[in-house]
Write a protein that binds this ligand. Sequence first.
Ligand SMILES: *Cc1c(COP(=O)(O)O)cnc(C)c1O
Length: 395
Amino acid sequence: MPAGRHFLQIPGPSNVPDRILRAMDFPTMDHRGPAFTDVGRTALDGMKWVFGTESRVVIYPSSGTGAWEAALLNTLSPGDTVLMYETGHFAFLWQELAKRLGLTPISIEGDWRSGADPEAIEARLREDTAHEIKAVCIVHNETSTGSVSPVAKIRKAIDAANHPALFMVDTISSLASIDYRHDEWGVDVSVSGSQKGLMLPPGLSFNAISEKAIEASKSAGLVKSYWAWEEMFGPNDKGSFPYTPATNMLYGLNESLAMLKEQGLDTVFARHRHHGAAARAAVEAWELEVLCNDPESYSGVLTAVLMPEGHSADAFRAVTLRNYNMSLGNGLSKIADRVFRIGHLGDFNDLMLCGTLAGIEMGLRDAGVPHKVGGVQAAMDVLGSRHEDARAAAE
Ligand SMILES: *Cc1c(COP(=O)(O)O)cnc(C)c1O
């Protein structure tokens, strides 16, 4: 084993803080006993706070993919048409899942370098005068490309087209990292997972559900059992679950929620934005290219970097792992081996980012990838500017 901490700089799973690991290291309790209801209630109420909803949140013992499936199964019927915007690999996977469930996705294909386009969505909905489209699905932070979609603007586009479709948003890698407001932005189902902004290990997933989605679930015809929201609601009202919850993950979740409350969500969002800006400054100084080419869509969660022509991103990642004990994210499907992804989300600070970028800069040299030195310095300048601003404000 190499000495020191491994740098886990993939865009999820993110680094789990010691405080959360310790909170999970506690005897598993009787999930039907009286002491558990506090744990259950704290988790369910806390998740409503993170999603920004007064309505319901359900928690599954599953990866994020399960919550994708739950969102569709609970609201739709066999053959239903769903409009899905393909911002990248994760949006594509959600479409494939919809097909396997017997739905009919219509895909709006993006360029994998920016967020979903509200105008394209509005135009497609206006064509659908018969209201055959039952749901619009987007990915808030596309983790394969590092591009953010404008959720509030897409809500406005759906309203401008006067279309009754449900609005579903994958927030798996944005929740607790990028500003998100389920109620205010009129989202019907928000899908999320534990192992990204929430700083937990993989293993929990979430649906935040509007009243309109609950109404739709009453006549939805797709077959479901394990994922049925309705089975959850009664027990959840008493702080419990219809089947064995991931008890120790819930201990961890409650610690995560406490940490987010102490830090304040706005501070957490600002930190992510700042780390995104610093990482992009490094990429620019290296004279490499950030995959996201729309400044409106820049992500504070991760930065995907295009390799120079003729150089393998995977070979480069193997070098940073071997020489510096750091894992970087790989390029997925269409952009496999063309990009590497720098995760800068969750429990993360300025010096961890500097270490990450230093590992990349040394790795570029070791792997013989053409670049200019000085990326770490450029990032330090951005990171330090925050304190200069604060100092100037105090004077
Ligand atoms: C990680 C991720 C997923 C997949 O979640 P799993 O927990 O691996 O099932 C889906 N969508 C987005 C945007 C993600 O970042």
